[in-house]
Design a protein around this ligand. Structure first.
Ligand SMILES: [Zn+2]
Length: 282
């Protein structure tokens, strides 16, 4: 049995912390931290005055961005937005699982979107995606495996696509070129994730995100970003195909609703992408 004064280290720590509260000595900090204006706090010059001012404002984002974890894709640069504009969620390959498989991390971020009244969701998948290439390399991964390639490939499967079927087809179409086959897979994973997202809980009276879209109260857009060309393709759900947006140089978050307008305009002028896998995919 412990002696009365022999406390364990953690108890001693708590005792000294509590003791400090009642300490009669003068406080060590004698000066209040100086009140800094937004301008003087911006000493690093990494932020413009406009950006610094935005960061000091209450949080009022207008978009929710879902894109791959890939470090080469810099959404703020590519889509031309600054602080305070977009909430970000970055799962590998932009994978959104069906709602019944949703992780608390994503569900809580979607709840945050609803609380903030965000009316635009932008999804971005991209070229040379390591996640999709892992899925091609290990088309039948073991989710319980400790092998890192299996772990990454298993995550791609959570979108619900028949990955082994697609992997076979894309690799055959692209004559074994993993990179270009991976680009095709990245687009398909993006499209599946887009439709999965529509089943998630909507805002206010809308049961789902799909209902919110139908009511015209939410824009959801799916883009494919080519890292080499630094250009976007846009998925057109009306025609179920990808379209180039290279001619649409003002794609971005500059104004509320700009992305939606861009989608409408792009639909009119865009050149449809040739689908090398037309015929066997459907
Ligand atoms: Zn990626």
């Amino acid at each position: 049995m412990d002696k009365p004064n022999q406390k364990k280290p953690i108890e001693k720590g708590i005792a000294s912390f509590i003791g400090r509260k009642w300490d009669k000595r003068p406080p060590q900090v004698t000066e209040a931290p100086p009140l800094q204006s937004v301008k003087t706090a911006n000493v690093s010059a990494r932020f413009t005055d406009e950006e610094a001012a935005k960061m000091a404002e209450p949080h009022d984002p207008e978009s929710f961005l879902i894109c791959c974890v890939d470090s080469r894709f810099q959404p703020a640069k590519a889509l031309d937005y600054g602080p305070g504009t977009a909430l970000e969620y970055r799962p590998i390959a932009c994978v959104i699982p069906p709602v019944y498989k949703a992780e608390p991390d994503f569900k809580s971020k979607m709840a945050f979107r609803r609380l903030k009244g965000v009316e635009t969701i932008i999804m971005v998948c991209h070229s040379d995606c390591g996640g999709c290439q892992a899925a091609l390399a290990v088309p039948n991964p073991d989710p319980a495996s400790e092998d890192d390639l299996h772990t990454v490939a298993s995550f791609i499967h959570t979108c619900g696509l028949d990955i082994p079927l697609l992997a076979n087809g894309f690799l055959a179409t692209e004559k074994g070129d993993v990179r270009s086959a991976g680009d095709l897979l990245a687009r398909e994973v993006g499209v599946k994730s887009f439709y999965n997202l529509l089943g998630y809980k909507g805002r206010d009276a809308h049961a789902t995100i799909g209902d919110e879209m139908k009511a015209g109260e939410l824009n959801v857009m799916l883009l494919f970003y080519d890292l080499e060309r630094r250009s976007f393709d846009l998925y057109d759900p009306h025609e179920a195909e990808w379209k180039h947006t290279a001619a649409c140089d003002w794609i971005g978050f500059r104004a509320k609703g700009a992305m939606h307008k861009c989608a409408e305009d792009t639909r009119k002028v865009a050149v449809s992408l040739k689908k090398p896998y037309d015929g066997w995919l459907k």
